[in-house]
Design a protein around this ligand. Sequence first.
Ligand SMILES: *Cc1c(COP(=O)(O)O)cnc(C)c1O
Length: 225
Amino acid sequence: MSIKENLEIIKNRIKQVAKDSSEIELVAVTKSAGINQIIEAINSGITNIGENRIQEAKGKFDQLKKMEIKWHMIGHLQRNKVKEAIKIFDMIQSVDRLELAKEIEKQAGQINKIMDVLIEVNVSNEETKFGVSPVATLELIQEIAKLSNIRIKGLMTIAPLVSNPEDTRPYFRALANLRDEIAHQQIENVQMKYLSMGMSNDFEVALEEGANMIRIGRAIFCNGF
Ligand SMILES: *Cc1c(COP(=O)(O)O)cnc(C)c1O
């Protein structure tokens, strides 16, 4: 099936589960896709692109920068890559520690950019995963909120890899609850607008639990649900 057809299927599935599908941002994760595939996705209506490696993103960005799309950094970000990341991305979804936020603040300040970020939370507390632990999230957000060239726009998580997507539900629910708790604090300079959760194999469960941004790669580019 073509990328266009895959996207039709995904959009229909989103419509079936989401309360209001026009509120759902679909980020096409292009880490396994070539430039022609990405262009095909954009021509089929994709406006958000997600990449997890700076070097790869840079190559693609240079070829696509004339197109009207938003770039999302979704992978682990090292401090020495921040300067490059700031130039490419419209949103960094993987902020999980204060030292990283401070470097973003510094580099964004140098080019007068206000950098939109999501806070990546390790809701499953897996040792192998990046992300701040749920109990430390509020404090991290309170610290980052003081930085003037960063705007926190919500939370992101990656659910554990499970064979039954239903098993991801408690993690998505936990992130939604955490979002509500943080929103309730009404911290200045912090918006809890986006809940970025759900990938090819579990996006329907994520949508049922309140995701309004889903990140999908394989189901668009490799026919892989
Ligand atoms: C690869 C990736 C995705 C997309 O995963 P698929 O299973 O290909 O849909 C989403 N989010 C992150 C952080 C990723 O690295």
